[in-house]
Design a protein around this ligand. Structure first.
Ligand code: ADP
Ligand code: ASP
Ligand code: MG
Length: 471
């Protein structure tokens, strides 16, 4: 069971999470993964940025808020000796964060490895508090630092786990606790390199950590507890009539996650697919509703099922100026550039007539991507075989997902009609060979409008409600 930031948002929310753990544990062993308390990861990152700029007042304020939020949580949940003991533990972890922030201030730099070590303190604090609360209330639990379980590469800030060593560590560290009847409370978000340096799995990475552990422990099921009733036909903040999908396939869920549905971290499903371990997306604020079950196959529902969107993206265009150069070679070089800078390609489109190509990436990766592509194509650019690279940051990605679109003609027409009726400019279109997703790059200012228009045009909300029959 993984509890996200809002599900760990306050003493009251932690109490509710503990109750869900207790209830489940009454029938079978449970391993828990926790996120930091809500907004704490942002606070830690902001404080480190302030430290880098030598803003000591902001650092002191950040550390004070960190301390206060967690001590308040302790006071709400614990009493007597357990309170004193846990408060000391909280003070110790906060002090460690303060030391790293102090080092960053002194040096005026924020090395990625130090950021990862510092930012992992959010999850250590929440794990310590819920473990103490569970134990005090009669369910033995122990906080486990994921550093001691999850073995990763050294790509700080977005590390990838190595499954085999992780499996061995999970067996050595977690299995004995489970056998003793102790609930392991594993910190989300982070692991460590084989030589013990803490590394985080990327923002929102606690979902991914839960699925890594689920696979390593051969779990029967993985529950991702969050603040919405499950995976919905659209982000409920954008489309008011979005409805919960009672079942989706691994492939649909992965497409939605990769295309911006924040409800699941994009890499969550990969470790579970081959073992066919089902994943549930559930609401800790409303545990009575079943949520969404993510499985291998479902009774096919026709047509597009959900729409998701991503802002914060940029489109890089490559246009050969001369027929002397092969467009294919240019794309190959550009992709090599992206790969060597570890930049993820979100979508790619091409036009064969003018041999122009566009690559969609995250804005956060743009500087690195441009430097790397320009280096890879330096000769072509220097000789004028290629137009200077063009970047458009005023774009957004819209993705329409559904297994039922495969081999069913006509959906693209509906979708583009709906977008054009809103007067939103379509800049590029990409459809994977699986026909599971239609990805559309639109002007940024039209993105939200396009989501609502496509959601309504394809009757996604109504179809989901009719299918579940319950909501
Ligand atoms: P947690 O802290 O529990 O990991 P997140 O904030 O990361 O929670 O993810 C949950 C949020 O994802 C929801 O509050 C919702 O606004 C957003 N979201 C975006 N797209 C979807 C979708 N298709 N279905 C459900 N939620 C979505
Ligand atoms: N707390 C981390 C973050 O905000 C990890 C997570 O909650 O999934 O990115
Ligand atoms: Mg999340």
């Amino acid at each position: 069971m993984k509890f996200g930031e809002t599900s760990m948002g306050s003493g009251e929310r932690i109490r509710a999470a503990a109750e869900l753990i207790r209830r489940e544990r009454a029938s079978r062993p449970v391993t828990v993964v926790v996120s930091a308390m809500s907004k704490i990861t942002d606070l830690l990152l902001d404080t480190l940025r302030a430290a880098e700029h030598g803003d000591s007042a902001a650092v002191a304020a950040g550390v004070a808020t960190l301390r206060e939020r967690h001590l308040a949580g302790c006071r709400e949940l614990l009493a007597g000796e357990k309170l004193a003991e846990t408060a000391r533990e909280v003070e110790g972890i906060v002090a460690e964060f303060g030391l790293i922030a102090g080092g960053v201030s002194m040096l005026g730099v924020r090395p990625p490895a130090s950021v990862d070590q510092a930012v992992a303190t959010g999850e250590r604090l929440s794990a310590a508090i819920i473990a103490a609360h569970l134990t005090a209330a009669g369910t033995p639990a122990r906080a486990v630092n994921a550093r001691d379980v999850i073995v990763t590469d050294a790509f700080f800030g977005n590390a990838t786990p190595f499954m085999e060593p992780t499996r061995q560590k999970a067996a050595a560290v977690l299995a004995p606790l489970l056998e003793e009847g102790v609930v392991p409370i594993v910190t989300g978000f982070n692991g460590a390199t084989a030589d013990g340096r803490p590394a985080t799995l990327g923002r929102g990475g606690s979902d991914f950590l839960a699925s890594i552990l689920g696979a390593a422990l051969d779990a029967a099921e993985v529950y991702i507890w969050t603040d919405v009733d499950g995976i919905m036909t659209a982000d409920p903040r954008l489309a008011k009539d979005a409805a919960v999908l009672d079942e989706v396939t691994y492939r649909e869920a992965a497409e939605l996650a990769y295309n911006g549905a924040k409800v699941l971290h994009p890499r969550t499903l990969a470790p579970l697919v081959e073992r066919h371990i089902p994943v549930w997306s559930k609401n800790s604020f409303n545990p009575a509703v079943p949520g969404t079950k993510i499985v291998q196959e479902i009774r096919a529902a026709g047509g597009p099922r959900a729409v998701t969107s991503m802002s914060g993206v940029a489109l890089i265009s490559l246009e050969p100026r001369s027929a002397v150069v092969s467009g294919t070679r240019i794309v190959a070089r550009a992709l090599e550039g992206l790969a060597s800078a570890s930049v993820e390609l979100l979508a790619m489109t091409s036009s064969s007539y003018r041999q122009s190509f566009s690559l969609l990436i995250r804005q956060d990766d743009l500087r690195r991507a441009m430097a790397s592509i320009e280096a890879a194509l330096s000769l072509e650019l220097a000789h004028g075989y290629l137009e200077p690279l063009e970047v458009n940051e005023k774009v957004g990605l819209l993705a329409i997902v559904g297994e039922g679109m495969q081999g069913a003609p006509g959906w693209a027409g509906h979708i583009f009609m709906a977008i054009s009726r809103e007067g939103v400019n379509v800049i590029a279109i990409a459809q994977g060979s699986s026909e599971l997703t239609i990805a559309v790059v639109v002007s940024r200012e039209g993105l939200e409008k396009a989501v609502r228009a496509v959601h309504a045009e394809c009757h996604m909300g109504e179809n989901a409600r009719a299918h579940s029959g319950s909501n």
